[in-house]
Structure formats: structure tokens, C-alpha cells
Design a protein around this ligand. Structure first.
Ligand SMILES: [Zn+2]
Length: 305
């Protein structure tokens, strides 16, 4: 049986096909037609049909990572920033469209959960008993994997760390409105757009994480302050995670996780906030980079069969 995975992103939809050993047989991307739910369903259906046809494959599993969650209460999509998905039965509609090609149950999961499962399965978290993994990119979604299994709760929001507020807040930590309806969520400080907006309020300059990093490497004192504040906020936020569940490893992905200073600075800073005489938690960058979400979706679909 081959393992098909789809990562439905806010801008791109990606498909991967893995053999049972995790080797990639096919990988493609298309633009996500975010204007229309029906177009999203049609696009995913066409990608799966095309891949199955070219690989002459009639027995496969399918997992789909989505920018949101499936409500356990209704079976419908919730918490999606691609808002045309909200309130829709994506699982049911795709299962109908892909019948009779797809013979196995189709599984949907939050994209950050897929990322966590991928990194725990054969990425930077492989071999660790518990993994907390976060994508710090356009958003700030997280997931837990314990003994190789995704943790899922009654509300399907396990690991939604990005919508907690910052702990040990300081005067320089501006409370920005979050799309979730609250103010000052971690996502408004730690995501790529959050870093840009916070730094713009402090300096008047609208720059990306990478641009700030380039300036800091040129010894620009303003950029060094921006990044030092960012590292302290991330350290506080992760210290809260360690105090709560003490994961065996923390893995970071997403565009902002490419800041090289994170892995040196944050573990020095979090000791002040963790309730322990010493902190030995490894902080690692994702091994599979941008591929983690789609690989995790493929693993997830196979695990459900
Ligand atoms: Zn929020």
C-alpha cells in the first residue's frame, strides 16, 4: 500500500506519495484556490486522481493536513484561517468525490499536528518519548506526539499554544489584536507576521525575520535588540510548555525557525522561567523543513488503516 498525503495550505496545496519505507515517489504543488470551497475540493480530487493514475496505484491511504481542525461535535471544519473551509464537511465531500478510487478511510488533521507527527516519526524528534512541535511561520500552531501517537483531546485543539497569551509580559510586549478574538496571543508576537508587526511598533521599520537577522549579523544594534526581545519571548513561551508537560524534545519548524540564533539563545534564556534547578530539554530545528506537514499527513493516513 502506498501512502498519499496532502498539505492544504493557505497559498499552496501539496501532494506527496511515500512507499512503506518513507521514500518519496512523487511530490507536487499547486496554488490553493482559496476563493471557493468547491474549487478546493475539486483541486485535491484532481491531484489525488492524477498521482494514482501515473503511479498505476489502486490501493493507497490518504491523510490531509488542514489549516484548522475537524470539530468532534459536528464533524465540520473549525478554526481555519482559509475561511471558506469553516463549517464544511471536507472529509465527507472528499470521500464522495474520490469514491470508488479511494477504498480506505480518509483522515484529516490539523497541519501542525501533521508536522509534529512527521518530525516525531522520522525527523528531529525521532526516538524521543514525547515531542512538542511548533510551526512558527504565518501562524503559530503546535502539536504533541507521545510514544509515536498524536495527542487528541475532546475539542481537537491539543497543542494550540499560539493562542495562549505571553507569560511574564514586559512593557515592550505590545498587545496586538489576534484574529481569534483575543489580544496579545503568542501568535501575535512569535509568528512571522507577529515578529514583523511587533518590531515595526518598536522601530518604525517593517522587516521580515530574515531581514532583521541579516542586519543583526552586520552588528546593527537596533536589529540585535529586536532579535534579543524575540528570543526572550520565545524562551518564556516554551518555558511555559516545559513547566506544563516537560516534553523530551521541542522541535521548531516554519520560516521563523530558520533564525540561527534561536538554538543558541533560547535555551540560555528559558532557565530563568522553568521551575527546575537545570533544564536539559533539547531544542531542535525540524529535519524535513517544508516537507514535514505533507509527510506527516501521509503517515497519519497510513496509521488509520
Ligand atoms: Zn489568538
Amino acid at each position: 500500500m502506498l501512502q498519499f498525503g496532502i498539505d492544504l495550505g493557505g497559498t499552496k496545496t501539496e501532494i506527496i506519495v511515500l512507499d512503506p519505507k518513507g521514500n518519496t515517489l512523487l511530490r507536487e504543488r499547486t496554488t490553493t484556490p482559496t476563493h471557493s470551497y468547491d474549487a478546493i475540493v475539486a483541486n485535491i480530487t484532481a491531484m489525488v486522481e492524477s498521482a494514482a493514475s501515473r503511479l498505476s496505484c489502486n490501493d493507497f491511504s490518504l491523510g490531509i493536513g488542514i489549516p484548522g481542525a475537524v470539530s468532534p461535535a459536528s464533524g465540520l471544519i473549525k478554526n481555519a484561517n482559509t475561511t471558506c473551509l469553516i463549517g464544511r464537511d471536507l472529509q465527507g465531500d472528499l470521500q464522495k468525490q474520490l469514491h470508488p478510487l479511494l477504498q480506505r478511510p480518509l483522515v484529516l488533521a490539523n497541519d501542525a499536528d501533521c508536522f509534529a507527527l512527521s518530525e516525531a516519526s522520522d525527523g528531529s524528534g525521532a526516538g524521543f518519548a514525547s515531542v512538542f512541535a511548533v510551526i512558527i511561520g504565518t501562524g503559530c500552531g503546535g502539536g504533541w506526539v507521545i510514544n509515536g501517537r498524536l495527542l487528541s483531546g475532546p475539542n481537537a485543539i491539543a497543542g494550540e499554544w499560539g493562542h495562549n497569551p505571553l507569560l511574564w509580559r514586559e512593557a515592550s510586549d505590545t498587545e496586538i489584536d489576534c484574529y481569534c478574538g483575543q489580544k496579545g496571543c503568542l501568535e501575535t508576537l512569535l509568528s512571522g507576521p507577529g515578529l514583523r508587526q511587533q518590531a515595526a511598533q518598536e522601530t518604525g521599520l517593517s522587516l521580515s525575520a530574515q531581514e532583521w537577522n541579516t542586519l543583526a549579523e552586520q552588528q546593527d544594534p537596533q536589529a540585535q535588540t529586536v532579535l534579543a526581545r524575540y528570543y526572550r519571548r520565545l524562551a518564556k513561551a516554551l518555558a511555559g510548555v516545559i513547566n506544563l508537560i516537560d516534553p523530551h524534545v521541542i522541535v521548531l519548524g516554519g520560516g521563523v525557525s530558520n533564525l540561527p540564533g534561536i538554538y543558541q539563545e533560547v535555551p540560555k534564556l528559558w532557565a530563568e522561567y522553568v521551575f527546575s534547578d537545570s533544564v536539559s530539554t533539547p531544542l531542535k530545528q525540524a529535519l524535513h523543513g517544508d516537507s514535514s506537514g505533507v509527510r506527516g499527513a501521509a503517515w497519519l493516513g497510513a496509521a488509520a488503516c
